[in-house]
Design a protein around this ligand. Structure first.
Ligand SMILES: C[S@@+](CC[C@H](N)C(=O)[O-])C[C@H]1O[C@@H](n2cnc3c(N)ncnc32)[C@H](O)[C@@H]1O
Length: 280
């Protein structure tokens, strides 16, 4: 990777977090795939697509079926899975690039649309990052991404609440930057995207069904391994961690159906277009 400014993120996504996503590619896709169609609605036949923070690349491969798509991500293990799966699926109009989207020298005006499924929430300098992504779009080019809301509209809020009740408060660094919830406030999204040169900004609340596991025990085990939760469990004593894991499983039971644990996931769908050129 050439230039890198999001060093902590690169460390996380090339360390435990990225390996967990790579090792459980299908499971994370089962959690997030419900948002694909909302994003792919921004793609037109023949489009040159940029998928930012593409991870293991499910959305990139789907977008590539309409034209040509490039996925960019910090994580080597996740990109390895993305490339291998593209070969397995016979998708040839796709490329994956390991780079920091905030500073990568994308070719100017090379893309018709930039997409992201939960991959744009971690930038140390969001205005610089979206400015860089904007320069990669042709004038009037489209941006469509989903980002986390504050979890309270969806079922995960109640599940995480049950877990949090067993744990001491975690606190944050207070900067609001580079955190998964950094774009949870639409006013922040509007401010960032406007400063980065986008126009026609819309933030729409959306929801999808997320499949977390076969049953509550399976889903609880998987969720306990998800980076943000594992981080919380690692910093408490074993008895507290065991109680928290048990609370997680109990909180998931109401969502257990015969086929799977299904939670209603919520997010913001953000759409905008790059200034200049005709709206398209
Ligand atoms: C929550 S995961 C989502 C992955 C994928 N879009 C999906 O839906 O499965 C966030 C992704 O953003 C990537 N990411 C975070 N900061 C990035 C940056 N500055 N440049 C490129 N990728 C980044 C991470 O490596 C990770 O793969």
């Amino acid at each position: 990777m050439e230039t890198l400014v999001n060093a902590h993120q690169a460390e996380a996504w090339n360390g435990y977090e990225g390996r967990h996503w790579a090792d459980h590619q299908d499971r994370y896709d089962a959690v997030n795939a419900g948002f694909n169609e909302l994003l792919l609605a921004a793609v037109r036949p023949g489009d040159r697509v940029l998928d930012v923070g593409c991870g293991t690349g499910q959305l990139t491969r789907l977008a590539a079926r309409a034209g040509h798509a490039v996925g960019v991500d910090l994580s080597a293990p996740m990109l390895d899975r993305a490339r291998a799966t593209a070969v397995e699926e016979g998708v040839s109009t796709v490329e994956f690039v390991r780079a920091d989207a905030q500073v990568h020298p994308f070719p100017a005006a090379a893309y018709d649309v930039a997409l992201s499924r939960f991959g744009v929430m971690f930038f140390a300098d969001p205005v610089a990052a979206f400015g860089n992504i904007g320069r990669a779009l042709r004038p009037g080019g489209r941006l469509a991404f989903v980002c986390l809301d504050d979890f309270h509209r969806g079922d995960l809020g109640a599940v995480l609440g049950a877990l949090a009740a067993q744990l001491p408060p975690s606190g944050t660094d207070g900067t609001g930057a580079a955190e998964p919830l950094s774009l949870a406030d639409p006013a922040v999204v509007a401010r960032v995207l406007t400063a980065a040169g986008f126009t026609g900004i819309e933030c729409v609340p959306v929801q999808a069904v997320a499949h977390w596991g076969r049953d509550a025990v399976d889903a609880g085990r998987f969720l306990a391994g998800w980076g943000p939760i594992r981080h919380q469990l690692d910093r408490v004593d074993p008895a507290t961690a065991a109680r928290a894991r048990a609370a997680l499983v109990e909180a998931l039971r109401p969502y257990q159906h015969p086929d799977a644990v299904r939670l209603r996931a919520t997010a913001w769908l953000v759409t905008a277009r790059m200034q200049g050129g005709a709206p398209c």
